[in-house]
Design a protein around this ligand. Structure first.
Ligand code: ADP
Ligand code: ASP
Ligand code: MG
Length: 408
């Protein structure tokens, strides 16, 4: 007998028919003799609908009130699923964040998990009940509801699996597993049987939303055995683990894109020590994350610094830089919010310069201009115009994964 955490995303619980199907997967696991903890997302596009509703009432509503509202999506899901499983004659209980003691910090809208009390869940499991828990939500020290950020139910599931020392955490979704690129938009995307935590973390952080990046971070840290699979097909999924078997001859695991970024350039900034420090400490002081940074070689006493931020942080970053213009001493700010980041990830890239040149060649052949480049041991990212992003992913993917493409 094992303890298994099973998480189902929005599309997996979108309708009565889908919830019944989920109930079948869950109860089959239970009948096989396992303890089962289920984590659910809000049904279908419920969270989007709640956000739109909040905007109608007040587009500048506080994040606290937004969390108060958004958390009801998951509560609806767990209660309905529990009713369905009850109807099938199984012992079941639905629980939300404050009933369990799923504690987070106070950052509304993007809360971090601090501690999970396991007593209540353990007590229910000891009575052989199926436990159904609300993903995405937590409770802070004031007793207020928080949410973990969009897509955060994956992180709820992995965190619960770690706290309960579960034997396995299964993330059920609407595709068969982790693919070499988004199978819904990239032709020829292939399912991976296995992928390492490190590669998955890069892919998730670089835009592959099949897993919330913090869920992967947590799985790696707590050695949670993780599997991504479809609630629709029953096909074998993808195992996310410390060491993974590689597809033959491939140095690359996947290609991802992120359109939710913007570029800021500070033009004509003084070429003297301490400038980068001043700019980036100003931004980090307001919790604005900076990603790719490019600094030009100084021309006599002047240089330029360009960097990317999340698009949602753009206005705040620009206002801040404008406010401190005289201290920073630059000529002008140039902003571009029609850009996207396209990235290639793979542990096999280390020490293999052919991979980068293969990527640049594919983009060159497609006439796609590269604005900025950033590399690490297991990834290469390029900044391209947003209008070219989908095509860029496709040509890079074809270059490395098509049967006829060269495996540099
Ligand atoms: P859920 O509601 O189950 O959490 P998500 O929509 O958050 O599902 O994530 C699943 C989606 O992730 C897929 O439908 C797919 O379009 C997208 N996706 C992006 N990149 C990848 C990838 N590399 N592999 C698989 N799916 C991906
Ligand atoms: N319902 C939340 C969202 O749509 C959390 C999740 O689905 O993981 O972002
Ligand atoms: Mg998701």
């Amino acid at each position: 007998m094992a303890l298994i955490v099973q998480k189902f995303g929005g599309s997996s619980v979108a309708s009565l028919e889908r919830v019944r199907h989920v109930a079948k997967i869950v109860t089959d696991t239970y009948i096989a003799g396992n303890d089962v903890v289920v984590v659910l997302s809000a049904q279908g596009k419920m969270t989007d609908r709640l956000i739109a509703l909040a905007n109608e009432y007040n587009p500048r509503a506080s994040k606290r009130e937004l969390d108060q509202l958004l958390s009801i999506g998951e509560q609806q899901s767990v209660a309905l699923a529990a009713m369905c499983i009850q109807g099938m004659g199984f012992p079941v209980v639905s629980l939300n964040a404050w009933q369990v003691g799923f504690k987070t910090n106070t950052t509304y809208g993007n809360a971090r998990i601090k501690k999970i009390d396991t007593e209540r869940i353990q007590m229910e499991l000891d009575q052989r009940k199926i436990v159904i828990f609300t993903g995405f939500q937590g409770i802070n020290r004031r007793g207020d509801i928080t949410t973990l950020g969009r897509g955060g139910s994956d992180t709820s599931a992995v965190a619960l699996a770690a706290a309960l020392r579960a034997d396995l955490c299964q993330i059920y979704t609407d595709v068969d597993g982790v693919y070499t690129a988004d199978p819904n938009t990239v032709e020829g995307a292939r399912k991976l049987d296995e992928i390492t935590y490190d590669e998955m973390l890069e892919l998730a952080s670089l835009g592959a939303k099949v897993l919330h990046n913090r869920s992967v971070e947590m799985a790696k840290h707590y050695h949670v055995e993780l599997e991504v699979l479809s609630s629709f097909t029953g096909n074998p999924g993808t195992k996310v683990k410390e060491v993974a078997k590689r597809m033959e001859h491939t140095q690359v695991s996947g290609v991802a894109k992120d359109k939710s970024i913007a570029r800021i350039a500070l033009v004509g900034i003084k070429n003297e020590p301490g400038i980068a420090f001043r700019v980036f400490s100003l931004l980090s002081g307001k919790k604005i994350n900076v990603d790719i940074i490019l600094q030009s070689i100084g021309r006599e006493e002047w240089k330029d610094i360009a960097f990317t931020v999340a698009r949602k942080d753009l206005n705040q970053a620009v206002s801040l830089l404008e406010e401190y213009k005289s201290v920073l001493g630059y000529d002008g700010i140039e902003v571009n919010d029609h850009i996207a980041k396209v990235s290639m990830v793979g542990a096999g890239m280390i020490g293999n310069p052919g991979v980068a040149s293969g990527m640049f060649e594919a983009l060159y052949n497609a006439g796609i201009n590269i604005n900025m480049i950033s590399t690490s041991e297991i990834k290469i990212s390029v900044l391209v115009d947003e209008k070219d992003a989908d095509r860029a992913v496709q040509v890079v993917h074809t270059k490395f994964f098509s049967e006829y493409g060269s495996q540099s």
